[in-house]
Ligand binder design. Structure first.
Ligand SMILES: Nc1ncnc2c1ncn2[C@@H]1O[C@H](COP(=O)(O)OP(=O)(O)OP(=O)(O)O)[C@@H](O)[C@H]1O
Ligand SMILES: [Mg+2]
Length: 254
């Protein structure tokens, strides 16, 4: 069952918006997350930058376990369940409280990465992925998902920070990365209200402009109050959530 949404003490609907960035390695997610955070801040909008796996103290602990390889011997299903456990805490402690406060939550990877990396590559049955998604995210689906699309070779080259072609090992992994890319594109096609696909081979400035146009069009036209946190008495929900520290600009703490 989906975890209960925290109840606001105020009757006005939350003004927060939930934006996720998806795409393969080196597609430019982190670059564009930072650019969008700056633009929102310039507009006077409170933001919370977060990421998956992780994004809350307990979820960051699970992230370290997942990335250390300690969970892998338990099998792909168990690994997917741990990803979902981390997501439950991330949503409960970080994302929902921030949305309730009226913040724009910008998340680097979310459910579509699980669909792609655990699901589409055949490691975990799609029905388990879908069930875990319902349990973890419930009603808290992103308002907008930006899929940054680049050919696998370009993404891998960028991610590794060098201009030469992929080595033999990377070539062998190409089918995997190609399946990941196709999964993101298929999700975007099947959920066009939520997702936009951006050609991420373009210069970063151009991508930034396209993202900003989409954000403005969806969230900032004709509602001057959007994104301005509705301050409650006492500690903010963000503080109560004891999120991992983040820089003032909204950058994710390392
Ligand atoms: N549009 C762009 N054109 C060329 N290079 C870019 C562009 N966007 C980002 N880069 C560069 O590509 C590299 C990878 O970018 P970035 O770290 O933002 O990708 P990412 O999607 O977050 O990767 P990862 O999945 O590994 O976290 C960085 O060196 C970045 O400066
Ligand atoms: Mg990144």
């Amino acid at each position: 069952m989906a975890p209960a949404m925290p109840q606001s003490q105020e009757s006005a609907p939350a003004k927060g918006r939930f934006i996720t960035f998806e795409g393969g390695e080196g597609s430019g997610k982190s670059t564009q997350v930072q650019r969008l955070l700056s633009k929102l801040a310039a507009r006077g909008i409170e933001t919370v930058a977060t990421r998956e796996p992780g994004g809350s103290p307990e979820a960051e602990r699970l992230r370290r376990l997942l990335l250390s390889g300690a969970i892998a011997p338990l099998g792909a299903d168990a690994e997917a369940i741990v990803f979902a456990a981390a997501r439950i805490d991330h949503l409960d402690k970080t994302i929902r409280p921030a949305l309730e406060e009226g913040c724009f939550v910008i998340c680097d990877r979310f459910i579509d990465s699980t669909r792609a990396y655990q699901g589409a590559t055949g490691k975990v049955d799609a029905s388990l992925i879908a069930d875990l998604e319902k349990v973890a995210a419930g009603e808290t689906m992103p308002d907008l998902t930006i899929v940054l699309d680049v050919p696998v070779d370009i993404g891998l080259e960028r991610a590794r920070g060098r201009g030469e072609g992929a080595d033999r090992f990377e070539q062998e992994q190409k089918a995997f990365h190609e399946a990941v890319r196709q999964s993101f594109l298929e999700t975007a096609k099947s959920e066009p209200q939520r997702c936009i696909v951006i050609d991420a081979t373009q210069p970063a400035e151009k991508i930034e402009q396209q993202i900003w146009r989409a954000v403005e069009k969806r969230f900032l036209k004709g509602d001057e109050d959007v994104g301005k946190p509705r301050r409650k008495a006492g500690a903010s929900a963000a503080k109560a959530a004891k999120r991992p520290p983040r820089k003032k600009s909204g950058k994710i703490a390392p």
